[in-house]
Design a protein around this ligand. Structure first.
Ligand code: MN
Length: 425
């Protein structure tokens, strides 16, 4: 399927006609509105809606606003309708209402290079899971030894903690190194100051597009139908703060200072063709958690690190979403099963995605094995953890035959911590 937007037909273009990811952008007017990425352009959905070319069954405009939540709240029939209509308007030889109207085209199709991308949806709440088996094993082996690496609940429960929605930021937002309490190995007590073991985590974020009712559990199939789409997610983590604070209730400050997400939400529908058979869980999961279709997503993921002084970035991890043990639908099912109400705009982090090989590990904690084995970058620098001025970039895509359904990038640069004499640092 070719688009008349020629840049969308390039084999390595993330935003092909079969993708159509949703985001929020701001062009010259300064007004935030919803758009879809197509090739090197952004299609302004508010313009299409106003022109009467995009009708999704709402009684008021849903794209002339600063978040996707109103559109998501309409539900899966509206999502399918929008996708079908946008495909029809953008495919070569399809409905020419946009392609042949030069005035509308000039208003509605904006070069991506000229717009600013914003957080695509209002994040209602953020929960971070821990569903990468290799990651959980690696971290467990480091802290408890290989014999007790996986906690006894891990193969039965999608383990998670409730994170902070307030500090979920869009790709490109600078991140300040966090301050916190840490305790050096062997020290008598804690100290306060900038984290010395700052890390990234490569994850997928599932965006919940429908709400559930408090007290009413979901089936896995129902949960799957509530997922609007996925983003790239970097769960920035301060390992030294985490090590000192995490017992007994899990991460708190170590994960609350920032979570970066990609500006484009790739819809569930766009990723459905890239489902592959999921490995059989052993032991079998309890019936309420069993997959409805025995598939998982096949998305290639890469992480690049560029020090401020380096000429270019080094790819430091190559992994794949197939290494997740629990799907987003299973996570959402487990989240709601006790009675928790889920809302439009909830964000579920997958957990760090690490493959079985060392070059597939999804955090510096694993790549440098707790900071013991320095990582050598292509440009000569070494790293154990992230240093001030470093830029981390996640990218990901599903590979089709001659085309891609991609997420673009999720990037963030670390700046120095704030210090104050009154804080003793
Ligand atoms: Mn995480």
């Amino acid at each position: 399927m070719r688009s008349w937007v020629e840049s969308a037909n390039l084999a390595d273009c993330h935003f092909s006609l079969l993708n159509l990811p949703y985001g929020v952008f701001c062009a010259d007017s300064g007004q935030l509105r919803c758009g879809v990425a197509i090739g090197d352009q952004v299609l302004d959905l508010a313009e299409l809606e106003a022109a009467g070319l995009l009708e999704v069954g709402a009684d008021r405009p849903v794209f002339d606003c600063d978040a996707l939540n109103a559109f998501m709240a309409l539900g899966s029939s509206a999502w399918a309708r929008a996708r079908a209509r946008l495909t029809e308007l953008l495919v070569a030889g399809g409905d020419s209402a946009l392609a042949d109207d030069s005035v509308l085209r000039a208003r509605a199709l904006v070069p991506a290079a000229s717009v600013q991308l914003h957080l695509p949806f209002e994040v209602a709440e953020y929960t971070d899971f821990y569903s990468g088996r290799q990651h959980a094993w690696n971290v467990g082996a480091m802290f408890r030894g290989p014999d007790n690496a996986l906690p006894s609940n891990w193969l039965h429960v999608p383990v998670a903690y409730n994170g902070r929605a307030s500090t979920v930021v869009v790709s490109g937002t600078d991140i300040r190194r966090p301050l916190g309490q840490t305790r050096k190995p062997g020290a008598a007590g804690p100290e306060f100051g900038p984290s010395r073991r700052l890390d990234f985590e490569v994850e997928l974020g599932a965006v919940v597009g429908q709400s559930s009712v408090m007290g009413e559990p979901l089936t896995v199939a129902e949960a799957d139908a509530m997922i609007f789409g996925y983003v790239l997610l970097n769960d920035w983590s301060a390992r030294d703060i985490q090590t000192w604070e995490y017992r007994p209730l899990g991460p708190f400050q170590s994960k609350a200072f920032a979570t970066s997400v990609s500006p484009w939400v790739v819809s569930r529908a766009a990723l459905d063709p890239f489902r592959i058979p999921a490995p059989e869980p052993k032991p079998a999961l309890l019936p309420y958690l069993q997959r409805s279709d025995s598939t998982c997503l096949n998305i290639e993921l890469e992480v690049r690190l560029r020090p401020a002084v380096a000429a270019r970035a080094t790819t430091i991890s190559r992994c794949n979403s197939r290494h997740l043990y629990y799907s987003a639908a299973q996570q959402l099912t487990h989240h709601a099963v006790g009675g928790c109400r889920m809302n439009v705009g909830d964000l579920l982090g997958s957990g760090t995605i690490s493959g079985p090989e060392k070059h597939q590990y999804g955090s510096l904690l694993e790549i440098t094995w707790g900071g013991k084995e320095a990582l050598k970058l292509d440009t000569g620098e070494t790293r154990t953890f992230i240093e001030d001025g470093d830029t981390l970039t996640l990218t990901g895509w599903a590979q089709g035959d001659g085309y891609r359904v991609g997420f673009g990038e999720c990037t963030g640069k670390i700046g120095p911590a704030l210090r104050k004499a009154a804080w003793g640092c």
